[in-house]
Design a protein around this ligand. Structure first.
Ligand code: NAP
Length: 251
């Protein structure tokens, strides 16, 4: 029987690569996005997944920083694919780049609500649809996208770092709580990855960023989709933070 995966922020960047990988792995994929401009992007990813991998897809617009939108997202997935959800990829994220004196309350609340509260909402809503059928031999899996910002401090990213460290705490606690129930919970903490998040950074700045990475280059979205694939296929791995980062946090 086909298995169902939900991914938040599946329309672009890392989320797009993960959505495609989920399809390649044979999951029916529920792709979430938020911005109107990403509808076409999401529809195109869904079409490609169906065509290339022969699985079903569903595209759902929802602002996952809001609990009600998360409820609608999970309901849409259940209406289409049934009560059992096998995989949740919490990936939606935004960032500010602002010092802690000038930052506005609305700015840091948006980061915390999008990057952390959405992960709480989605795990809270999806876990009942996992524990209803999960077991040692039929494991369900949650993968949370954290960041190296959750492992180290980053200047002008206090809100982002707070959200990404919070995800690590959530991951470890849920991994422990659900370890005996056939649900594994892990996180990926990417280093610098070439996506729209680095849009606006000019070539000189990109070169300077790359020079801060021991391996000397910025990562690709496939590095993160590959880490997700490893986690989904590693039955004895739970509560772990896998960090493809070119050696960034070794310094
Ligand atoms: P991106 O290209 O900017 O894509 C962000 C994704 O999140 C988009 O799909 C966006 O949807 C979605 N999103 C944002 N707010 C949302 C909301 N409220 N509700 C639903 N979806 C929402 O970013 P990315 O670089 O791929 O980042 C993906 C994840 O990796 C994030 O959690 C980010 O913090 C993390 N990360 C990225 C890097 C990096 O260097 N790129 C490094 C470490 C961690 P729309 O398309 O509709 O806007």
């Amino acid at each position: 029987m086909s298995k169902t995966a939900i991914i938040t922020g599946g329309s672009r960047g890392i989320g797009e690569a993960m959505s495609l990988k989920l399809g390649e792995m044979g999951y029916n994929v529920v792709i979430n996005y938020r911005s109107e401009s990403s509808k076409v992007l999401s529809d195109n990813i869904a079409e490609k997944i169906q065509k290339d991998y022969g699985v079903e897809t569903l595209v759902v617009k929802a602002d996952v920083s809001k609990y009600e939108d998360c409820e609608n997202l999970v309901k849409a997935a259940v209406d289409k694919f049934g009560e059992n959800i096998d995989v949740l990829i919490n990936n939606a994220g935004i960032t500010n780049n602002c010092n802690w004196i000038d930052i506005k309350r609305e700015q840091y609340e948006a980061v915390i609500n999008t990057n952390l509260m959405s992960f709480l909402h989605m795990t809270h809503l999806v876990l009942p649809h996992m524990v209803n059928h999960s077991s040692k031999d039929n494991q369900c899996c949650i993968v949370n996208t954290s960041s190296v910002g959750g492992l180290t401090g980053v200047i002008n990213q206090a809100d982002y770092c707070a959200s990404k460290s919070g995800i690590i705490g959530l991951t470890r606690a849920l991994a422990l709580e659900f370890a005996g129930k056939g649900v594994r919970v892990n996180a990926i903490a990417p280093g610098m990855i070439m996506t729209d998040m680095l849009r606006g950074v000019n070539q000189d700045e990109l070169n300077a960023l790359a020079a801060t990475i021991p391996q000397g280059f910025i990562g690709d979205v496939s590095d993160i989709a590959g880490a997700m694939e490893y986690i989904l296929t590693a039955p004895y791995v739970t509560g772990q933070i896998i960090s493809p980062n070119g050696g960034f946090v070794l310094q």
